[in-house]
Design a protein around this ligand. Sequence first.
Ligand SMILES: *Cc1c(COP(=O)(O)O)cnc(C)c1O
Length: 410
Amino acid sequence: MATINSNYLKLKAGYLFPEIARRVNAYAEANPDAKIIRLGIGDVTEPLPEACRAAMTLAVQDMGDRASFKGYGPEQGYAWLREKIAAHDFQARGCAIDASEIFISDGSKCDCGNILDIFGHDNAIAVTDPVYPVYVDTNVMAGNTGEMNDKGEYGGLVYLPISAENDFVAEIPSEKVDLIYLCFPNNPTGATATKEYLKAWVDYAKSHGSIIFFDAAYEAFITDPELPHSIYEIEGARDCAIEFRSFSKNAGFTGTRCALTVVPNTLTAKASDGSDVELWKLWNRRQSTKFNGVSYIVQRGAEAVYSEAGQAQIKALIGFYMENAKIIREQLTAAGLAVYGGINAPYVWVKTPNGLSSWDFFDKLLQTVNVVGTPGSGFGAAGEGYFRISAFNSRENVEEAMKRILDKLK
Ligand SMILES: *Cc1c(COP(=O)(O)O)cnc(C)c1O
């Protein structure tokens, strides 16, 4: 008889977003005239940049001509895209990353999960709390955890709490961990990491033989020139870090799908016989076997991000969302709330007022001003008492939502 991967039964059945939908739908049914504004889900709202659309249109034409038609591309991505990424995103910032170390994919979410294919099951794994749930759930699926306790924590994971008390940057653990997930600028808190802070992690990782998974999905939202965009801006990171990047948030590719993972060819981890194995080789083998590359058309669209027009257009796009974030920050502050993030990230992280739980504040916002956000407790136990508001929306919706909050909640 066929059996299942029982690790899936340990998952808490996608609790957060379905529960939000359930409460919003129940409210909307009981109040059919309510104009509900959703500032919850972290998806972009504005159209694809013109430069990307034009490049994809040309690529479609290429596919219609026998001479320029493309079948399977390289599993690692086309060299012309990898070279632009290496030059623009890494070498221009002083990071010695070569195009051959960049792997194009259909998403960072997928890569964050798939990367576990090349690691053993006996690693001690650290995540922050709150955290992007993908890091945790993919480890549960891979069998790297025990069962979940009543606090929603899985046995076998090391949770590093982040809150206003530590400026939302986790303390470096005293115990030894082998794999560490870091996300900066952070989803959900909007927090950032300084070079000094990342240096401390790189030093830790190098002294313990650990690997850092650095998720830089929001690097384009950094406005402070002092903050690092890549972990490879830190000396030594080539020997201890894998970086994930995506076109989803900077260029609005959430529905178009293109991302990249950097695996330096100097990076190694231990085989069971104690020998060092190059992770680049394993990831290349994994991708060549289980992946057949991103569509030629989409890669041409991503390439256009690096054109002069593309750069100007994504700058405007990011500027638009960051103006939303500024409005949210200012208005919520005026409404008397303590707000974090939203300066170098498209998320504003709010302390719930009067000691309300995350879900109580969710209900209050939904019922009194018809605004939907995301309860912080949905990202982990230490997110309790916080709430995430996303800047991904139209200006009109953001202004209307903030006006209602200021009018009714102040
Ligand atoms: C949106 C997001 C990504 C990007 O995922 P894609 O699969 O590339 O769309 C990665 N990490 C975090 C934390 C995100 O919020």
